[in-house]
Design a protein around this ligand. Sequence first.
Ligand code: AHR
Length: 291
Amino acid sequence: MYQDLVVGFAQIGAESEWRTANTRSIQDTAIRLGVELKFADGQQQQENQIKQIRSFIAQRVDVIGVSPVVETGWDAVFSEVKQAGIPLILLDRHADVSDDLFSAFIGSDFVLEGQRACVEMAKLLDGQGNIVVLEGTAGSAPTVDRRAGFESCLHQRPGMQVIARQYGDFIRARGKEVMKTFLQTYGSQIDALFAQNDDMALGAIEAIEEYGLRPGVDIKIVSVDAVRGAFEAMLAGKLNATIECNPLLGPQFFETALKLANGDPVQKWVKSDEGIFRQDTAAQELPKRKY
Ligand code: AHR
């Protein structure tokens, strides 16, 4: 029964519109189901998340969930969770650990998202052009995998090349700051921007306008997440496409947590089903967006 379940969740922080929607989905679902949720905000620091997981173990919660801020460095604390006999769910971001250290991963295929972004970019550029890339948090699963997916597709398109890449931590203000430096160095040589999330793309759009170029026209832009702000930017013609990454993972999270608490079998990877959105459908899609 959901009402008997006590779940600890170690969130990354509040770096983006996506993350805010993800947190809301987890908290709202817990309230709706009557689950007791112990929610902790890691403020982008792995050491905070590790401490929070240890505190969940000490409190003997039924199930622990974590969205790991980076991929590596989890073996010790995940082993402690295992020794305590508490099921562990990785939500949204996976970690670089052996499969026996967690019970389930619920989230997106980030490699596929990177590939999809590159295919969209190739259409927009007709296969030719200089690309700059705004990457997320160094060492995080979406940063590593979206880069891998984007690069694997780029290898088959010799006319398109990445001329600069830099981390923007999935934060809008950082996206703007880094885009400014790209523009100072490369100016109108830049044909396109791949931003690993919408927030950084929205920041970069401001930088491009301040520089005197037209985002979405002079510099084509593809990003990831599909948050409302991205649809508004597409409607204004400033963003060309966004690759969906679903943050509304609360229902699957608690459904999986209940099964694990009851000793029922669960899927090892509960994969999100996601789409691609472009300017031509932005107006009809925007009213349907839930985040
Ligand atoms: O892990 C998912 C990523 O984290 C989202 O793409 C980004 O917006 C968020 O901060």
